[in-house]
Design a protein around this ligand. Sequence first.
Ligand code: NAP
Length: 310
Amino acid sequence: MSARLLDGVAIAQAIRGEVRPDADAFTREAGRQPGLALVLVGNDPASELYVGSKLKSAGESGIRADLERLPATANVDELLALVDRLNRSVIYDGILVQSPLPKAMGHDAERRVFDAIDPTKDVDGLHPSNVGLLVQGRASLAACTPSGVIEILDRSGIEIAGKRAVVIGRSDIVGKPMALLLLNRHATVTVCHSRTVDLPGVCREADILVAALGRAAFVTPDFVKPGAAVIDVGTTRVEDRTFIEQLYPAGSKRLAAFEKRGALVMGDVHPAVEQVAGALTPVPGGVGPLTIAMLLKNTVRAAHDRLRKA
Ligand code: NAP
């Protein structure tokens, strides 16, 4: 048996196709486009890339997106002052501060900055007010990546209600909101982490298994109930040739991609899981594309919500 591959690129494209008319409707009503402010501190190359594709995608979806930059030497007070200005701006409905922040800003900088974002503009869904609303099943803005996982399941016809769901990972960005979103959709949810005893055994109970731990190829076939839907959130850059050669046969596309770039971005799920799972998101092309699509969806939703409350 070979799992059905769930095409995140096509699903993200469909969502973006729905966001555009919604953004245009807002523009007609409000007399301005929905506005997204992206904040980038420093010039980490991966962050530059992410922010660049967010700006481009927003523009294509009828959203005004502007980049606000601070130098890597900026301190947390300067960043908080910028967030305060964006909170008070009437042209921005969404604010996204790209993480990670430079280490020099201090270990609690991210939390302080995310907490300072106006919850009505919190398109990342990470503000404690929005997380609290998510706990109570009435969030308007929820974290983008786990919201994207729900879209993949829904649009692939994978039922959630009544199913056993296991989430590996309990981060504030992925694992916890993922578990809450599944719970709110009436799954019976177990959350696993680094202290979980008999992780493969717990995972084998899952009809829906979400892997969000950030360890390449960690989830092997013995974690997976035959026929389960396996959602691979992980993205780890692997440069170890021996490791890659153990996973992919000579002549495979993935090995060729490694040869070309000297590295591969890998998911948490081992390639052999494809023979056991009923459905599987690939990496790349699975969950990844949904994150930006959900950011755009959240931005337009925040814009409409703010207009209604004005
Ligand atoms: P994180 O903050 O590092 O959290 C990892 C979680 O996995 C923690 O809860 C940790 O447990 C758990 N874990 C680590 N090793 C484990 C093990 N051996 N057994 C069981 N649990 C283990 O990472 P994150 O921010 O949630 O991201 C997770 C992965 O998703 C990363 O690869 C990240 O790059 C990827 N990601 C992808 C997207 C996307 O758009 N596709 C978006 C966000 C994140 P403890 O809590 O006990 O330490």
